[in-house]
Structures are given as structure tokens and as C-alpha cells.
Design a protein around this ligand. Structure first.
Ligand code: UD1
Ligand code: CA
Length: 463
């Protein structure tokens, strides 16, 4: 979404001072996450994509928490210490706005407004009109109504609480989003009164003022009503989350990704997929995730900030965080890759294997029940079931180095720091405390003993 066709400067004001009582939460409403990120973050990113001259967020409830969490170089913050209505909120932003530009007003709790819709409002305002985003609702209860004269021109907005029965019949409502020439906005705001049912300064009263001053009021509509849906409760937050996830799933499928069920995927950050990627049900993608061509992700995997090479298969119930996985790997089921893990090509990591801060080279296999931490593992290494790198001595962490073509027998403990040289074989059940030389068998194991004629104890007879 490039910048505006006419290359026009504009301000953005985001109203985010409201308390959100019905969220039943100590967290300010606009910080509640949608798709893994605060609602306000979605709006800032969308607005940013249109290259505004200034962005001003009006904050209040929750104090400095909102500016602290959402701090950004291109955002200025205006405190509205007490909430006296939407008009009063915009007044707090006015000193930060550039007079020469138009001002786009957004709601911090309406997170899914698209850039296309924002641009439509801005284009109208750039021609000197007051632009209103409206929708027709089957049940308009609670909303401000758009009142038109017999010619169809907007004359005013009347809030539900101030409306008589005839006006309450109107189904066209104010979404709250608008774009206004800034000079006039400042003048109109200064003339607002709070003489109404809620004793608030209504931003919506500027509409009648515009009409009186001969400024044209023009409406436009979003492509979808969900773009204008606000979040007032956890129920509405969950509804918007599902809508958003549905959109993301649709986009993935349109780009060729196979989703076994588009209703059962959660994407909480940028997910980049190659060709012929397949994703089974119940997967969660967080942060920045890149899946190469022909990657398949099995059911119920969680992938966070990972990169997966072409042709790699991730079997169900695997958990991968901050890891880089090469091509044609087999991961899982039930594998756990922790931060700092790098796997080269053709690596196999099987069930109940945990790898942390380790580099595993091409063709190596760690197939069952192992913990590999702070290790460098060479090529074509076979690590037997139940192998554990003992990397932590209670105070410091140490590295384990395993050379190419080494074979580690099952149930081995490698006490770091330790080096297993190229081609070394470690006998099963060993506790390795010293470096093992190349191409030799090393083992530490007590000798096996058989006692012939030994008798099992027998139960004493009861008296
Ligand atoms: C407002 C509109 C109404 C519209 C509806 C759409 C006014 C007077 N009414 O009504 O026409 O149909 O939105 O949802 O504008 N806020 C502040 N400071 C305040 C008051 C509000 O920052 O002092 C913020 C809220 O956090 C919220 C937004 O402004 O993000 C809208 O406030 P809300 O109380 O939901 O507006 P409504 O009265 O529902
Ligand atoms: Ca509202």
C-alpha cells in the first residue's frame, strides 16, 4: 500500500484513553493483544504504511503504561487525564498536529481498519471535505446516527442517548473514524459544548458545525464491517481474533499454502511460506517464521522465530523457538528446539529430544530421548537414545564438541567440557568425563557379573 496518490501530508490521531471497563482487566484496553500484538500496534502499523507526517496517540487510563509499552520514534503522546468524551480527547492532540495537513482520527480499540479504508477517508478530506466512515447496521442500538436531509446530504450526527424515536430508526451509523481538514478541526473543537445526555464533549458535533460553515460532509464505507468493529469485552476481542485469523488463513491459501483446516491455525506475526507448504491443524506461528518450499508442519506444532529449510518435515507436537533448521530435516514428533539451535541439512531429530544452543551438522541423527545443550556436533554423527550432555556444573555452562562420524552409544552422559574426536565410538551406558580419541572405542562401564546358583528371596509363610 504505497503512499497516497496525491502525495498529501496528513496527521493521524488515535483515541486510546478509554478505560475499557468491560474488559475486566488491569491492562489498558488498547494493550490487549490481538494476533499476539497489542491492538494499538496493529493500528500504528497500518497507519505507518501510509507515511503520515505525524502520529499522535491520546492516552489516559493506565497512565504511562501505554506510552511505555508502545514507545516509537514516530509517535507523540497526548495525555487525556480525565475522559470527557471523544471531542475532548481530540482536543488534547491538537497542539501536536500540523495545521497544513488533514487529520485522520482512528480508535485504538478498532484494530483492524485497513489502509484502503484509511486512504479513502484521506482522499475525501484532501479535497476540503469532512470525511466520515459509516456503515449500515441491522441493530444500530448504541451508535451515533447519521442524519441526512431530503437531498441525502449529511446534516448532523445524533448520539443514541440523545436521539428521539424517529432518529433511532436510522440504521446508518457513525463508526467514529473520520478525516478532517486540521485548521477547521481546531476551530470546531474549541466551540464544542457538553450540553448533552452524557455531559461529554462529542467529536460528532463537529459535523453540524461543518454544515453550518459550508464545509461539505461526505461519507464512505469500508469493504467489510469488521474493519470498524470495536473491542469492548473479551468476547468481542475473541470474535475479532477469529475474523483476523480467518483473513490470514485465506491469504496463505491464496498464496498456495495448504491448510488442512483454515479454521484451526493461529498466526501471530509475519509467516512467510514457499511453494507447496502444508500445515496441519492446531499449529501456532509466533514472531517471524519462514517456511521453505515443500515444508510440511504436522498437527499442533508451535513455531516461534524460526526458519525452516526446503523439504523439511516437522512431525506433530513439536516446539521450535529461535532456531534455524536446514533443508530435508526430519523433526519430531515431540521434538523441542530451543534458542540458538542450528541444524544443517538432512538432520533427524526425533521424539523427546531437546536441543539448546547447539549446532548440528549435515546428516546427523538424534532420534530418541536426548538432551543436547551447548554442543557442536559434526557430520554424520549418530547419537543414541537417552544421551545427555551434562553442560551445567551448577555454576557455569560448558561446551561439548562431537567430531564427524562419531557414534555415541545409548544412555551416555557427556560431562562438559569434553571433546569426542572424529570417528570415535562411545560404548552404551558410559559416563564420559575425559576427551575421547578419534577412531577408537571409549567406554566407562562396570564389568558385568553373573552369580550362578543365586536364589531369589521367598516370602515368609504366614503363621
Ligand atoms: C462513539 C461516537 C459514536 C459512534 C461510536 C462508534 C462520539 C460522541 N460518539 O461513541 O457516534 O457511533 O463511537 O463506536 O464520538 N475515548 C477517549 N477519550 C474519551 C472518550 C473516548 O480516548 O474521553 C476513546 C475510547 O477509548 C474509544 C473511542 O474514543 O477508543 C470511542 O469512545 P467510546 O466511548 O467507545 O465512544 P461511544 O460513546 O461509544
Ligand atoms: Ca464504543
Amino acid at each position: 500500500m504505497g503512499s497516497l496518490g496525491m502525495n498529501m501530508a496528513f496527521n493521524v490521531v488515535i483515541l486510546a484513553a478509554g478505560r475499557g471497563t468491560r474488559m475486566m482487566s488491569d491492562l489498558p484496553k488498547v494493550l490487549h493483544p490481538l494476533a499476539g500484538r497489542p491492538m494499538l500496534g496493529h493500528l500504528l502499523e497500518t497507519a505507518r504504511s501510509l507515511s503520515p507526517q505525524r502520529m499522535c496517540v491520546v492516552y489516559g487510563y493506565g497512565g504511562e503504561q501505554v506510552p511505555q509499552v508502545m514507545a516509537a520514534a514516530d509517535v507523540v503522546w497526548a495525555l487525556q487525564a480525565e475522559q470527557h468524551g471523544t471531542g475532548h480527547a481530540v482536543m488534547q492532540a491538537v497542539p501536536h498536529l500540523s495545521d497544513a495537513a488533514v487529520t485522520l482520527i482512528l480508535y485504538g480499540d478498532v484494530p483492524l481498519t485497513t489502509a484502503v479504508t484509511m486512504q479513502a477517508l484521506l482522499t475525501i478530506a484532501a479535497q476540503g471535505a469532512l470525511a466520515l466512515l459509516t456503515v449500515g447496521l441491522p441493530d444500530p442500538t448504541g451508535y451515533g446516527r447519521i442524519v441526512r436531509n431530503p437531498l441525502g446530504q449529511v446534516t448532523q450526527i445524533v448520539e443514541h442517548k440523545d436521539a428521539d424515536a424517529a432518529i433511532r430508526q436510522i440504521s446508518e451509523v457513525n463508526t467514529g473514524l473520520m478525516a478532517v481538514p486540521t485548521k477547521q478541526l481546531a476551530i470546531w473543537l474549541a466551540r464544542l459544548s457538553n450540553n448533552n445526555a452524557q455531559a461529554e464533549y462529542y467529536l460528532t458535533d463537529i459535523v453540524a458545525m461543518a454544515v453550518a460553515d459550508g464545509v461539505r460532509v461526505q461519507t464512505c464505507q469500508p469493504d467489510a464491517v469488521w474493519e470498524t468493529m470495536g473491542v469492548n469485552s473479551k468476547v468481542q476481542l475473541a470474535e475479532l481474533e477469529r475474523l483476523h485469523q480467518g483473513q490470514v488463513a485465506r491469504q496463505l491459501m491464496e498464496r498456495g499454502v495448504t491448510l488442512l483446516d483454515p479454521a484451526r491455525i493461529d498466526v501471530r506475526g509475519p509467516l512467510d511460506c514457499g511453494r507447496d507448504v502444508s500445515i496441519d491443524i492446531g499449529c501456532i506461528f509466533e514472531g517471524v517464521v519462514k517456511l521453505g518450499d515443500s515444508v510440511s508442519v504436522g498437527a499442533h506444532c508451535v513455531l516461534k522465530n524460526v526458519q525452516i529449510g526446503a523439504g523439511t518435515q516437522i512431525a506433530p507436537y513439536s516446539h521450535l523457538v529461535d532456531a534455524v533448521v536446514g533443508e530435508h530435516n526430519h523433526i519430531g514428533p515431540y521434538a523441542r528446539l530451543r534458542p540458538g539451535t542450528t541444524l544443517a541439512a538432512d538432520v533427524h531429530v526425533g521424539n523427546f529430544v531437546e536441543i539448546k544452543n547447539s549446532q548440528i551438522s549435515t546428516g546427523s541423527k538424534i532420534n530418541h530421548l536426548s538432551y543436547i545443550g551447548d554442543s557442536t556436533v559434526g557430520k554424520q554423527v549418530n547419537i543414541g537414545a537417552g544421551t545427555i550432555t551434562c553442560n551445567y556444573d551448577g555454576a557455569n555452562k560448558h561446551r561439548t564438541v562431537i567430531g564427524d562420524h562419531a557414534f555415541i552409544g545409548s544412555d551416555t552422559q557427556l560431562i562438559a567440557p569434553v571433546t569426542i574426536a572424529n570417528g570415535a565410538t562411545i560404548g552404551a551406558g558410559s559416563t564420559i568425563t575425559k576427551d575421547a580419541p578419534a577412531d577408537a572405542l571409549t567406554l566407562s562401564r562396570s564389568k558385568q557379573l553373573t552369580i550362578t546358583g543365586w536364589q531369589r528371596p521367598v516370602k515368609k509363610a504366614k503363621v
